[in-house]
Write a protein that binds this ligand. Structure first.
Ligand code: AMP
Ligand code: MG
Length: 411
């Protein structure tokens, strides 16, 4: 039997090359677009802001009127408020009292902020040293009419929704949601509500997977638990093929079980079984199940709860983002930290340790959460990051630099 282990990067590249965005799109009201993926560019029909306006409370003046080395007295001839422009023209020796957001009056080119000015009746006294054009926001400086304000492929965040709103756009064209079926496997796996039985364990993988999929913005279809029989597995998978975009199973892909799972998956489509050079999460299957020209991706993740989450994160997540239409994929936020833990490791595989990040004296430190067994889900609850020890990395001593991926927003 071959002892070849597939590197993480190769398996990821293979999976990503098999993924492309779903075809359907829909129009959604702006308020419902958060977390959806934009399917068509949003082109600005207007300048934002629409007019030159003041960035500060103060006085709108003509810079050419101001003396270089001494105070200048100007006559205050009007007032401009946000939403209430002053529609005269500022002439030589004149100024207009202006508030933040008010349209720049004709003739004026510079704002003198109120804290720098003194007043004496209807006269404002401006000290020297004012820069030409200061505190004036230009029309279109946020967005120019005709420019793409937001590009297709963007996973919409609150600022994007605000930007679309600033253009007066009421609805956006987004990709349809990706539908993902989640199936647990195993004779020992019990559903919540079932009476505990000898040798049984409650299913946690369907819950962690459903949570991670919901965070991504996928629609989740619960396919339940399949017993370790041919009939149960094909009975659970077959009806879902073609109905969902992807199926994620957990368990049943490790050596020993793989043969009968392999047989069933082979009858439904084309699936590759891997032993990946990683810990946790070595066994994994990926492929395509097909029916009537409609196909469904299959991610066969290992059953151990930590391995399920880690393999979902490093293999399924980016694949699903690609299906969702997100492009280009943002590189995961990772940064170096000082290790507070010693970790034994052989080069030649990637290890993912559950870690706790803390900031001390301006430096990020990472320590492993207690026991790191791939069945110890508590290690994921306690952690706030993953410490990634790459293929080439050997054992880590306290004080060494390690690469960390924070959980925030991901898991
Ligand atoms: P398997 O990959 O099927 O050999 O399972 C590996 C380990 O993960 C076994 O200890 C299983 O009992 C456990 N396991 C499998 N599926 C689940 C699940 N849905 N929830 C919790 N543990 C599971
Ligand atoms: Mg099993």
């Amino acid at each position: 039997m071959s002892q070849y282990f597939t590197p993480v990067a190769d398996a990821r590249a293979h999976i990503l090359s098999a993924c492309s965005p779903v075809r359907g799109t829909q129009h959604v009201p702006l308020r419902d677009a958060l977390g959806r993926v934009l399917a068509a560019d949003v082109v600005s029909g207007v300048n934002v802001p629409p007019h030159d306006n003041s960035a500060m409370d103060g006085y709108a003046v003509r810079h050419a009127d101001l003396a270089a080395g001494t105070d200048t007295c100007l006559a205050v001839v009007g007032q401009a408020y946000a939403g209430h422009a002053w529609d005269g023209e500022v002439g030589p020796g004149q100024a207009v009292r202006i508030m933040t957001g008010a349209v720049m009056p004709a003739g004026a080119d510079t704002i003198v902020i109120q804290e720098h000015a003194r007043t004496d009746g209807d006269t404002v006294i401006v000290p020297p040293g004012q820069k030409a054009g200061q505190h004036r926001r230009r029309a279109g400086e946020d967005l120019r009419a005709g420019e793409a304000a937001l590009s297709a492929g963007r996973l919409l965040r609150p600022a994007d929704i605000g930007l679309a709103a600033s253009l007066g756009v009421a609805e956006l064209t987004v990709y349809r949601r990706v539908r993902v079926g989640v199936l647990s496997t195993g004779d020992e796996v019990m559903s919540i509500g079932e009476a505990p039985r000898e040798g049984g364990i409650y299913d946690s993988n369907r819950y962690t997977l459903t949570g991670m999929l919901a965070r991504l913005g996928c629609d989740v279809v619960d396919l339940g638990v399949a017993r370790d029989t041919r009939e149960a597995l094909s009975g659970a998978l077959e009806p879902a093929v073609g109905e969902v975009d992807a199926i994620i199973t957990s368990g049943g892909v490790s050596v020993g079980e793989a043969d009968f799972v392999r047989e069933i998956l082979a009858s439904l489509g084309e699936v590759t079984f891997w032993k990946i050079a990683m810990k946790p999460g070595r066994p994994m299957a990926f492929g395509r199940l097909g029916k009537d020209g409609r196909d469904t991706l299959l991610f066969g993740l290992p059953g151990n709860p930590v391995a399920t989450m880690i393999t979902f994160h490093f293999f399924a997540r980016d694949a699903l983002l690609t299906l969702m239409g997100v492009a280009p994929l943002a590189a995961p936020l990772h940064f170096p930290a000082v290790s507070d833990s010693a970790m034994k490791k052989q080069p030649g595989r990637t290890e993912y340790q559950r870690g706790i990040l803390t900031l001390r004296d301006g430096q990020w430190h990472a320590a492993v959460t207690g026991a790191q067994g791939s069945g110890i889900l508590r290690s994921m609850c306690d952690a706030n990051c993953i410490i990634v020890l790459g293929d080439d990395c050997g054992s880590v001593a306290v004080g060494d630099r390690v690469d960390v991926i924070p959980f925030e927003g991901l898991i």
